[in-house]
Design a protein around this ligand. Structure first.
Ligand code: DQQ
Length: 645
């Protein structure tokens, strides 16, 4: 055994060390063939996506996990609409049609479905949710609005759901804030943002999809500013306040940002669009009263090849400080983050840069890492994110939509779809100077129950170590890893793509979350340092969903990217596990990966946590602190009790 007996907790002393199993079907395949197989699978997958998008009348190619077990498969209901929802209505795909058309679906049980519901992430009581909208803090309450279908677990009939919280963790559902009831939003009250005006008023700008499916921008405001719950909303009688300008397609003009004030006292907003089919752009409008808007010359920014920009977010970060900045802040010591949700790829990309308020232009610090071609906000299942400035705690909070990766058929069967991430605090990373840091809001610590610590557990090459922590379905895990190199390393060409079974000299190593004791289902969250030909080490931070479930009708992927690990730093990850959601923060939140997983065996008491090291040339020394997390209180607002008081 490779553990250090003096430091190892007693529950690990006699733990069996099992090599991390390879994917059974690929266990003895040699590398060149594996590489070829990976490329072939990727090509097939890309082709199937193209087929899905271009020719929606054709049945999509089955691309993954075709080894369906007769014992776990059953005929399913017919699936009449194989195209993803949203595309025909002029937005990105909103849910996954069945991979197998109307042939088979996994034989899910009610217990499996109910286990997938999260314990402390925000989700409605039932039905469909997508983008976060208009988050704000007002009179002691955090408000979250969200794209919501009150009638079904699929995208459609989009209204604004509404919930409030005093701590961003426990939530109370309120009545719907806005429903599609005017010609200018009858096809959907789509995404929008809030602006708090200095005189205390609140302005909500949102996209309406009109009776002719034209995307227009509308104004709404609270009916009663003395109501801290902001229950009633009035739509401005002269809506829409902005129509698509000349040269912009009627269905490529949406999702107004929070407004920021210029030094001359006028306000600006930006709205995402597309130019000449391929150039992602963000238009700038000026206003003084939020009822009349003037389109400014040029664009805030444009990036060729990135396609339609949805849900643009634009905000300042402080270069030296650890607090957040109001959206109108600018000047020395400030950088601006520009984020776009790419309609073509369903990924949220951002870049850091400098904003010139006179020219209404933003310029990236590094053109090679521009919006849409460089960093992602989150490298996993994540989209349509939005920040707001929390004046209560002087911080910038980021929300993001976690979509499902099962099928629409399964979403309908379980009665709900989608979750919001844990709100994340966003600051500039002044150690690297090249990225933001995202970190779960401190209030999540109020959910912490029992904690367990493990110190300097040595995990040898090809080993798996169980971590006996009791319940492993709601966790807040801090893990640090140090390496002891046991053999000479040469430059290698690896990344995340091969997943946790692809062994290289220095990695992969990390955690196996939501794994059953036989490791028949597991989700590795891992680092893979790789020696480069320049004799430096480049580190990848990855999440491998490919063996997270035996169900064949779930989309499973290996996510990840490189992460900066500075000379004086250990490898560090924080992982929030919440049933079917795993949010993983690498190196203090320099890179984040959100996973959706739908295990069939590793559920309830069978869900365990393990350490693993599948590197060939290192011993890994791991130190961990793990908290079990309580469930959050997320319920309808108790109006009846309040009236009784
Ligand atoms: N979701 C909204 C649109 C937005 C898209 C529609 C992004 O406003 O562009 O539900 O997911």
């Amino acid at each position: 055994m490779d553990t250090n007996p003096s430091d190892t907790p007693s529950d690990l002393e006699h733990a069996p060390y099992t090599p991390l199993p390879d994917n059974p079907s690929q266990a003895r395949i040699r590398r060149p063939f594996k590489v070829f197989a990976a490329i072939f699978a990727s090509v097939i997958f890309l082709l199937s996506l193209v087929t899905l998008i271009i020719n929606q009348s054709q049945e999509p190619l089955p691309v993954q996990n075709q080894n369906r077990s007769p014992s776990t498969s059953r005929p399913t209901k017919s699936f009449s609409k194989p195209e993803p929802r949203g595309v025909a209505q002029g937005v990105s795909p909103k849910s996954n049609p069945s991979f197998f058309g109307d042939k088979v679906s996994y034989n899910w049980t009610n217990a499996m479905f109910s286990w997938q519901r999260t314990g402390y992430h925000f989700q409605p009581e039932k039905n469909w949710m997508n983008d976060p909208d208009g988050p704000l803090f007002y009179k002691g309450w955090y408000h979250l609005f969200y794209q919501y279908n009150p009638d079904s677990a699929t995208w459609g009939n989009i209204t604004w759901g509404h919930a409030v919280s005093t701590d961003l963790i426990h939530w109370l559902y309120l009545p719907l804030a806005m429903v599609p009831d005017h010609w200018y939003d009858i096809n959907g009250v789509w995404t929008g943002s809030a602006t708090l005006l200095p005189d205390g008023r609140i302005v909500m700008l949102y996209t309406g999809s009109t009776n002719e499916s034209v995307q227009v921008q509308n104004l709404a405001y609270p009916a009663n500013l003395s109501d801290p719950l902001l229950i009633d909303w009035i739509k401005y009688p002269n809506n829409p306040v902005i129509k698509p300008p000349k040269g912009i397609e009627a269905d490529e003009f949406r999702d107004p940002t929070t407004a920021w004030m210029e030094p001359n006292g006028t306000w600006r907003i930006t709205i995402g669009s597309r130019h000449k089919k391929t150039i992602g752009i963000s238009l700038v409008y000026q206003t003084s009263d939020f009822t009349t808007f003037k389109l400014m010359n040029g664009v805030l920014h444009a990036v060729p090849g990135t396609g339609m920009w949805e849900c643009v977010d634009f905000y300042p970060v402080s270069v030296n400080g650890s607090t957040g900045l109001d959206t109108s802040a600018n000047g020395p010591g400030t950088k601006h983050v520009l984020k776009a949700s790419l309609d073509d790829t369903k990924r949220d990309h951002y870049a850091l840069g400098v904003y010139d308020p006179v020219a209404d232009k933003w310029t990236p610090d590094n053109p090679k890492e521009d919006v849409g071609i460089g960093l992602q906000v989150d490298y996993g299942r994540y989209y349509a994110s939005k920040t707001f400035y929390d004046q209560n705690k002087r911080r910038r909070i980021l929300w993001g939509w976690i979509n499902e990766t099962d099928t629409e058929t399964d979403d309908l069967a379980k009665g709900w779809a989608s979750v919001q991430t844990i709100p994340r605090n966003v600051i500039f990373d002044n150690k690297t100077g090249t990225n933001i840091l995202q970190w779960p809001v401190e209030e999540i610590e109020s959910l912490r129950l029992r904690s367990t610590e493990f110190r300097e557990i040595v995990v040898g090459p090809g080993s798996v170590v169980p971590l006996d922590i009791g319940q492993a379905t709601q966790l807040d895990i801090f893990a640090e890893f140090e390496l002891e190199i046991t053999s000479e390393t040469k430059p290698e060409n690896y990344g995340c793509r091969g997943g946790a079974v692809d062994r290289s000299a220095l990695g992969p190593f990390g955690l196996l979350v939501i794994a059953d004791k036989t490791l028949s289902e597991l989700t590795p969250i891992f680092f893979r340092p790789v020696k480069t030909i320049e004799d430096t080490v480049k580190t990848y931070f990855c999440a491998d969903e490919t063996r997270s479930t035996k169900a064949p009708d779930v989309f499973k992927q290996v996510y990840g990217t490189t992460v900066p690990v500075l000379a004086d730093e250990k490898f560090q990850m924080r992982v929030l596990v919440d049933h079917s959601i795993v949010e993983s923060f690498g190196q203090g939140g320099r890179r984040v990966i959100t996973s959706r997983i739908y295990p069939t065996e590793a559920i309830f008491g069978n869900a365990k946590l393990f350490l693993f090291n599948n590197a060939t040339g290192v011993n890994v020394k791991a130190t961990l602190k793990i908290w079990e997390l309580n469930s959050a209180f997320i319920h309808p607002f108790p109006f009846d009790q309040i009236r009784m008081e």
